[in-house]
Design a protein around this ligand. Sequence first.
Ligand code: PMP
Length: 424
Amino acid sequence: MSGSTAVKIDARPCRQSCQAFSVEHIRKDFPILNTLVRGKPLVYLDNAATTQKPQAVIDAINHYYTAQNANVHRGVHHLSQVATCLYDDARQKIAAFLNATVECEIIFTRGTTESINLVAQSYGRQTIHEGDEIIISGMEHHSNIVPWQILCQQTGAKLRVIPFDDDGNLIMDEFDRMLNPRTKMVAVVHVSNALGTVNPIQEITAKAHAVGARVLVDGAQSTPHTAIDLKALDCDFFACSGHKMYGPTGIGILYGRAELLDAMPPYQSGGDMILSVTFDKTIYGRLPSKFEAGTPHIEGAIALGAAVDYLNAAGMETIHRHEQDLLQYATDAVETVPGLHIMGRAREKAGVLAFTMDAAHPHDVGQILDEEGVAVRAGHHCAQPVMQRFGVPATTRASFGMYNNRNDVDALVAALHKVNKVFA
Ligand code: PMP
């Protein structure tokens, strides 16, 4: 791995909570959950859009600006060294959390969107040519469609799409048929934000690698709900967003295999990503600096590290079990609402319950729910091809986080009955 700063990740953090998971205890860590909306307690079920932040994350940001603020990788002075250590520690925590091989494989970006654009424009433009094929799935978020479309326009490559069935399962036979030696990239979502489907990433990766293709996984919706093991997934790139994992907005992660990142050209250029500059020639910095031009989102990275600490303390397996239980409870409960149709009944699901109602348009549903203090998302969820597949303009989506409980689901269901009453 030429040129990389290779710090081996020795030990994985505790991923199984040592204490029993108490959602009531967890809720106390999220001050915003005490908010009243129109005089009613907030029921926050829009976690797929963004999650709320625990006090530990808020404190990390506050403490950074109160006592630690300086630019990183530049100063010899005390505060700069403190900030640099914290920033580098955060990378190490995230590398361990995702089970990366070496921490220089973790690049800080603005989020999933920027991570995917980075891969498309840096890796893609270097390695994908006219006649090559890129495979995505029919349930991608726009941020895992448009960057590949642009790359196809730039290179003359062809975009192919794995369809999914009426329940929201990828049709893997179609994927098998699509794969061929011209396939250069398979970019798929781990958990669909519109359907909740958990896709079989290990199988996809193995099959893609067998024809020599690289695999990018959009992990925006999987990282908050399930333990991620990059070594087991065996993907080449993995993208996720801090704000969906109880961390701040404006910070995200691109994981890439070190040997691929090493060989890729920079995505952006400027300060901090160089070893030396003359007017004749610039020598780029080693990983991860090569992909982190300019002053980074320092407090964002540090606070994302705090979010990862928080998730580790709760235990990802425990969070997963809690949310699976809640999803089952919510699925059973909303089915008691007349005229409600769940969209997405995949074999394996996480965190998302999307539906339409005969009585009202999703935006009207969302508005009535808001009057009851229940925050959900109504719209196409930046996944318009999924809406087109089902022939609907939009859905209402309740999405769950670690702090949601059965009372939240009960409030949702009561508000849905109210929708039927209002529009009767
Ligand atoms: N992919 C998926 C599956 C998502 O749900 C989202 C956010 N809704 C994104 C990508 C984009 O994430 P961000 O806006 O944080 O870049």
